[in-house]
Design a binder for this molecule. Sequence first.
Ligand code: MN
Ligand code: ZN
Length: 467
Amino acid sequence: MKLQLVTSQPKSPQPLVRFFARGQRSQLPVAVSERTFALSTGSLLHLHESGTLCVGLGDGSTADHFRRAAASATKALRRQGHDACTFDVRGLQEHLGPLVEGALLGSYRFEDFKTADKSTPALASLTLLVPATDARTKAAAQRGLALGQAANRARQIANQPPNVFYPQTLAETAAAIARERKLKLTVLDEKALRKGKFGGLLAVGGGSARPPRLVVLRYDGGRKGEAPIALVGKAVTFDSGGISIKPALGMEEMVWDKCGGCAVLGMMAGVAALGLKQNVVGIIPAAENLLDGLSYRPGDIVTVYDGKHIEINNTDAEGRVILADALGYAVKDVKARQIIDLATLTGAAVVALGDHVAGLWSNHSELRAGLQEAAEKAGEKVWHMPLFPEYEEQIRSQIALIKNSSGRPGGANTAATFLKTFVGDTPWAHLDIAGPAAADKEMAFFARGATGFGVRTVLEYLAGLDD
Ligand code: MN
Ligand code: ZN
């Protein structure tokens, strides 16, 4: 998308978007009642004659008011067939980043498989009408652009259906990002996974004709030799549950089971676009959980990368089994100084927190607080969840070290506790994004489908380490 800053209103006939907080009703270009235009966040008033779109900011007190207002505007403009618009941001320079970010997030839709007459062009050009094009203003706009594009990249990948997108396609997508952003790429195919004893990926991916991959992207923006931060994302490109098969109703939602890995792909593109001064490694275990004669079974004992043994009692609790390999790799090979993992890990997280909130577990209070603060900035909701020792007893196995499922009580917490087993003393945080990763219907400010949840939170967190 083309982003340009101008100091006088362009003559082109594209819509002009103006923003108004609740207290600014008197500044509206026309007199309208509260009933016609409430000025609540994202409420819209089209003034067709002048080609102006007025957008409510609510009380305009947080970055998210600006983000959502901008998203609401571009979502509506795309629906009307506009692919270009001008934002009047004079007086709003402080909020430029979230405004640009929101413009991108609101404009995105997944239309790869729509017929031409049903599809609409994405936002191709965003012009910002500013008082002055100083370096600070430019930097804020660029930052918003990088964050918005990173999230949309993750959404575009995650929205791909599982018949065209599987572990090898994910590896190829990572290769394209690596080329574009000059990242180092390592892909372990099934042969390399066998040689390296990645028992978790091989077990979970064993039932699919599309074999698993471990995809590793590396960005070196920090000091030479400084231990990197590892971003680990679960990518189960389709989850049937395996032998512990899921009910038919709603199984199609399991196309979203790759959203953690897709978020990490978006983040790695974003880390490079922002030019962060950190060493960051993205690690994506990718597998398809299907059924055939080579599927892993309940009753199996799987030995994962770091040598620990897992009793399998439910093949549908597969995310943690591939993450065990990836976390072991982050500790042993990457020697990460911090690990952040994202996964659509449990239905229990959705039961506990709902569709819009991710659970956050961590063994390190500073990392946890940093992520909470970053999520606040990004307008993504996370909630701190516990790692009590009782959960460890719950997942203890009679025949191996731990079992991969221990039933419904505290299911999101026992899953997080399972992951903790594989990070040792490394500061680690886990985001269970099963709720907010995707929406199966149109949202107020954003399109149906993958949300890119986590991308902007983690980028805000990493950017905060630079300051
Ligand atoms: Mn599953
Ligand atoms: Zn899963």
